[in-house]
Design a binder for this molecule. Structure first.
Ligand code: ATP
Length: 266
């Protein structure tokens, strides 16, 4: 049986500059970054470094990006896994994977562990049941409780469904810092579009502000997608720069894609 985690482990170069908008969340995370960067100071003062942070909110809003920026800003090793990877047929395999993941992270500390879709393992447990999922969740709780203060390992979990999570996960000392990652407003959409068009040749007539107004209801992931689609369309049309028309086509494509999946959106 394969008990290796499939998580990648890297030293990301992502910084807060890559994350547009979300100013309040970044402010809160600055504190966590300081804990990691100056962990010795905090330890000397007898302060415990918070270990569990929960990002919740709609998909595509930059949760993964933010977690990788926390690692980048602290030069930490970044472990990224999805909750669904731990859900296994054989009892004990998921739990073993969790254990291995934390062992590796401690070895490579300072580390940031990111667990996307944590609801796949962290959904409410059933009384008296002892199935594979519950063992995996129990192991995660054991790991969160078991850190000692010599290791700087911060765990960031993300979910679109916080309501599904077992309360045990949210208790003090576990994922006790909750940060809501919202869909961007018009101002944030403008910032996100700026980040994703920074290295693209744009027609000088384009006003990013207007593009932001046209993309109401879209997430950061949609906006990244639109910026890329517009560039692809420009290449196909053999244009020198990306024009407003290329953006309009790209926006239409993304809207059409959304309507296929969910006809009530937009
Ligand atoms: P999911 O819940 O679906 O896992 P997520 O919230 O983790 O989504 P990301 O994977 O971080 O979202 O976002 C996908 C991509 O969208 C990012 O790699 C980035 O290119 C872009 N993006 C999303 N939000 C932002 C943002 N605030 N600033 C800049 N780019 C963003």
């Amino acid at each position: 049986k394969d008990t290796n985690t499939k998580e990648t482990f890297t030293k990301p170069k992502t910084t807060f500059e890559d994350v547009a908008g979300l100013d309040e969340v970044k402010e809160e995370l600055a504190e966590v970054i300081d804990f990691i960067n100056q962990s010795e100071k905090y330890k000397k003062m007898g302060a415990k470094i918070p270990k569990g942070i929960l990002f919740h909110g709609p998909p595509g809003t930059g949760k993964t990006l933010l977690a990788s920026a926390v690692a980048g800003e602290t030069k930490s090793t970044f472990f990224s896994a999805s909750g669904s990877e731990f859900v296994e047929k054989y009892v004990g395999v998921g739990a073993k994977r969790i254990r291995t993941l934390f062992e590796k992270a401690k070895k490579e500390a300072p580390s940031v562990i990111f667990i996307d879709e944590v609801d796949a393992i962290g959904a409410k447990r059933h009384l008296d049941s002892n199935n594979e999922k519950d063992q995996t969740l129990n192991q995660l709780l054991v790991e969160l409780d078991g850190f000692n203060t010599d290791q700087t390992v911060v765990v960031i979990a993300a979910t679109n469904r916080m309501d599904l999570l077992d309360e045990a996960l949210l208790r003090p000392g576990r994922f006790d810092r909750h940060m809501y990652i919202s869909n961007p407003n018009v101002r944030a959409r403008e910032e996100i579009l700026k980040v994703h068009t920074k290295n693209k040749p744009l027609c000088p007539k384009i006003e990013i502000k207007n593009l932001a107004r046209k993309t109401h209801g879209m997430s950061g992931a949609h906006l990244a997608n639109i910026s890329n689609e517009a560039a692809i369309i420009a290449v196909r049309e053999d244009a020198e720069v990306i024009s407003l028309d290329h953006f309009d086509q790209a926006i239409e494509r993304v809207i059409a894609g959304l309507q296929v999946r969910n006809p009530t959106v937009l």
